[in-house]
Design a protein around this ligand. Structure first.
Ligand code: NDP
Length: 275
């Protein structure tokens, strides 16, 4: 039986094993999928040991996606341009193939929700691995993205990584807050920070909340995430957490490993909470 695992830290909250179990049942594919918590400084060794011991592929989550990129020696186009990897497949030739399914997974969920169109203007909060991983798919779809982040340098690094392309820019948080009246042209605001993990929200003004803007939190939980609770409190009407993205990105990983695309709609219905 083929073996897969999701590697991260923390990993307890991960729903990936349940989702992959449902995909396997739905498609009749036999696979074993576990979750592995990795010490922060021991990622390479743990992952390579898993492959040496017969692992066929892996998902990589917070905070190892950039490290995973360095470990791969061949890439899908979207991973090559993103510089971050969330899916690995061991090829017959023993090459380590890196993919990034976060961007395509998010885009698919935003389309399902009708939260996005090719000309959408997006405010992206956060500049970690997840933020970097979703930019390629959103820009390719035609969107325009502005990044704000607690540490401005990390946002600037992303802009530099993407060679200062036209539809991508960043604004210093202080400058953003001072000029809020100029910042309300966004159609969609995405929280790609990990602040929710500790029950926090990014430090931004509630003046960014408007009833006609879509708000999407990459994070997901059994109840409304802190960011979405805050959005709702300040008058947001169209909100979604990242459970749909999680299922869509998992489906693209499953497809890379097995060549079969699971039906995500019924699984999203099963997990999605209506608030
Ligand atoms: P990283 O650790 O790579 O990046 C964390 C980001 O969050 C950085 O931009 C960091 O800012 C910012 N941040 C952390 N704490 C705070 C805070 N208190 N206030 C403001 N900003 C903060 O994490 P990832 O990018 O891998 O993951 C980000 C989130 O996305 C996680 O919650 C993760 O669960 C979620 N995710 C969901 C997916 C899904 O399928 N639904 C897929 C991938 C990720 P700074 O640069 O200043 O440190």
């Amino acid at each position: 039986m083929k073996r897969f695992a999701v590697f991260g830290n923390p990993i307890k909250h991960s729903k990936s094993p349940i989702i992959h179990k449902l995909f396997a049942k739905q498609t009749g594919i036999l696979q074993k999928y576990t979750k592995i918590c990795v010490p922060i400084d021991n990622f390479h060794e743990k992952l390579l040991n898993f492959f040496k011991n017969g692992g066929n592929g892996a998902n990589i989550t917070i905070p190892f996606k950039k490290k995973a990129y360095k470990l791969c020696n061949t890439f899908t186009e979207r991973a090559k341009y993103s510089g971050v990897v969330n899916t690995i497949k061991i090829m017959k030739s023993q090459e380590i193939l890196g993919d990034n399914t976060d961007g395509i997974g998010l885009l698919q969920d935003l389309k399902n929700l009708k939260f996005i169109h090719p000309k959408s203007k997006i405010l992206l909060i956060g500049a970690g691995g997840a933020a970097q991983g979703i930019i390629y798919s959103l820009i390719k779809f035609g969107c325009n993205i502005t990044i704000i982040n607690r540490t401005y340098q990390n946002a600037k690094n992303i802009i530099k990584y993407f060679h200062n392309i036209k539809n991508l820019n960043c604004i210093e948080l202080q400058h953003f807050s001072k000029n809020l009246h100029n910042q309300l042209q966004y159609n969609l605001i995405i929280n790609a920070t990990s602040s929710s993990l500790k029950g926090n929200i990014p430090n931004i003004s509630p003046l960014i909340i408007k009833s006609n803007i879509f708000y999407y939190d990459l994070f997901y939980d059994i109840s409304l995430t802190p960011f979405l609770k805050w959005c709702r409190f300040h008058g947001a009407k169209k909100i979604s957490d990242g459970i749909g993205m999680l299922i869509e990105q998992a489906a693209y990983s499953f497809y890379l490993w097995h060549g079969i695309m699971p039906n995500t709609k019924i699984i999203i219905q099963k997990f999605k909470k209506i608030y």
